[in-house]
Every structure is written in C-alpha cells, then in structure tokens.
Design a protein around this ligand. Structure first.
Ligand code: NAP
Length: 259
C-alpha cells in the first residue's frame, strides 16, 4: 500500500531516540522527511547520522522543549528549512516518578511541563502550517493514562490530558480537515523503559513478570509496531479516522490478563 507520504514534512518531538526514532525511520522509509526535535545527546546525533548514511532525508533540531518559545523556534526552524509541515507527532516525554505521597506540588507541575506543555505548544505553533497542508497530528500517550501505575502522578496526569486533547483538538480542527489521533503504548523496550526498569533491584525478574502477562505473544511491543500505526494515521489512507485512541499494546489494557 502506498501511504502517499512522499516528500511530506513530519515534525516529531523526541524523534531521534526510542519510539520516536522508530517513527522517524518509518516516515523516512515512506519517503517523508522526518524533522526530529531532541535534546543534545550522542544517541540523537548518532541516529540522525545513521538515517543520513542510509540515504534518507531527515533533519535533527537540537532543542530542549521546556518553554513555549522553544516550541515556536522548533516550528520556525522546520518551516525555514522545508517551508511546510504536513504532520506533527507529539512524542517526547519521560515517566519521571513524581508520586502523590513522595512527590510535591512543585515537582508535579515540572512533570506536567516536561510531559504536556510542549504537546500543546508545538501543535499551537504548527497549526497555521497544518491548516495549509491539511495535515495530521498524532499524540503518543501511555497506558498509565487509563490504568494508573502508582507513584507517577505527573506523568499519568499528562498522559491522560493528551488523550483528552486528542478528542478536543479533533473537534476544534474539523473545519480545517486536520485529523488528530492518539497512539497508546504499554510496554516498549526503549532507553526510557530501561531507565525505569533499572530502578528495580530485581529488574530481570520484574521484566519477566511484565512480559508473561502481555496477552498477545507474552512479549513487549516493538517500537516499529508503534511506528507503523503512527505512519498510517499520518497518511491520507487514514483519511476518515480522527479523535481515536489506538492501543498498540498486544491487548495489555483491554484483554483479560488472567487468561
Ligand atoms: P525515550 O527512550 O526516553 O525517548 C524519548 C526521547 O525524547 C529522548 O531522546 C528524550 O531525551 C526526548 N525528550 C524527552 N523530553 C524532551 C524534551 N522536553 N525536549 C526534547 N526532547 C525530549 O522514551 P520512549 O520510551 O521512546 O517514549 C516515547 C513516548 O512514548 C513518550 O511520550 C512515552 O511517554 C511514551 N510511552 C512509552 C512507553 C514505553 O514502554 N517505552 C510506554 C508508554 C508510553 P533524553 O534522552 O534527553 O531524555
């Protein structure tokens, strides 16, 4: 199936590491131009080099998405370099363990800023370009938005808000034909996941317990499986799909894990 993404410019926050990198690679393989917005890191520049080495067109913008101005600059740089934005993937985030009992209001707010503020700001500043291209938005949320996880109030609140904003923006942007959807992963092995797992003294045992309970195949979701759903949602092939929350999780959230 031709996804008709050739030459489309796709802005992807956190697009050079983990799930974001898989999305960027999937976009590049479809002939699109991923513009990856990442903090400065060897992993991010290494991935950008790998894409270039394989002959794919792509861009790495080194930005720490802390404030609305950072987001505005990322959008402006994308437009300066490529003149258009056809898709936005809000993906950057971190499960930062700011709990209720062991957190505090200031760190809770910082977590919301780190996980949610840039989802709104990037979409806000990209909107004029998305209106021109009749583009699409995909928000990467998390199962914690609907299952909870414990000791991660800020992250869970941000992830829940991303699902609410997906519906809200899908409605607001109907007149422009801009589709907005969310993809909801559960367990995907990435640098973020490895960091979270390493917080457990019995990390291997913990991982075994988690994967044993994933209904489809008792395995983690591959980052590429998330990416395949995202590129489909970005493409005109998903032309009548909007306001949806797609759970790419091997049945983790909705199937009975006692089976
Ligand atoms: P990851 O391995 O940490 O990759 C995310 C990338 O985004 C990292 O390069 C990170 O930079 C970057 N980033 C984070 N905040 C940023 C900011 N403010 N400005 C610029 N770059 C920023 O994470 P991942 O596991 O791929 O997660 C991607 C998305 O999937 C997140 O929204 C996460 O909540 C969601 N998710 C993941 C899982 C999972 O199992 N992995 C499950 C559910 C949901 P640094 O390397 O500098 O931190």
């Amino acid at each position: 199936m031709d996804l008709e993404l050739k030459d489309k410019v796709i802005l992807i926050s956190g697009g050079a590491v983990g799930i974001g990198a898989a999305i960027s690679e999937a976009c590049a393989r479809e002939g699109a131009i991923p513009v990856m917005v990442n903090r400065d890191s060897a992993a991010a520049s290494g991935f950008a080099e790998k894409l270039r080495g394989e002959g794919f067109r792509s861009e790495l913008l080194t930005v720490d998405l802390q404030t609305p101005d950072d987001c505005r600059l990322a959008v402006e740089d994308t437009l300066r370099l490529h003149g258009r934005i056809d898709g936005l993937v809000n993906n950057a985030g971190a499960n930062d363990s700011i709990g209720l009992e062991h957190g505090d209001p200031e760190r809770f707010l910082r977590s919301l800023k780190g996980n949610l503020w840039h989802y709104y700001s990037l979409c806000h500043y990209a909107l004029p370009a998305l209106k021109q291209s009749c583009g699409a938005v995909v928000n990467i949320s998390s199962k914690t938005a609907v299952t909870g996880q414990g000791n991660t109030s800020g992250y869970a609140a941000a992830k829940g808000a991303q699902l609410a904003l997906t519906r809200e923006w899908a409605v607001e942007l109907l007149p422009y034909g801009i589709r907005v959807n969310a993809v909801v992963p559960a367990e995907v092995m990435t640098p973020l996941y490895r960091r979270w797992l390493s917080g457990y003294p019995d990390a291997e045992e913990k991982l075994k317990k988690i994967t044993e309970r994933i209904p489809l195949g008792q395995r983690m979701t591959e980052a590429g499986e998330i990416a395949n759903t995202v590129v489909f949602l970005l493409s005109p092939r998903a032309g009548h799909t909007t306001g949806q929350h797609l759970y790419v999780d091997g049945g983790y959230v909705h199937l009975d894990r006692a089976l």
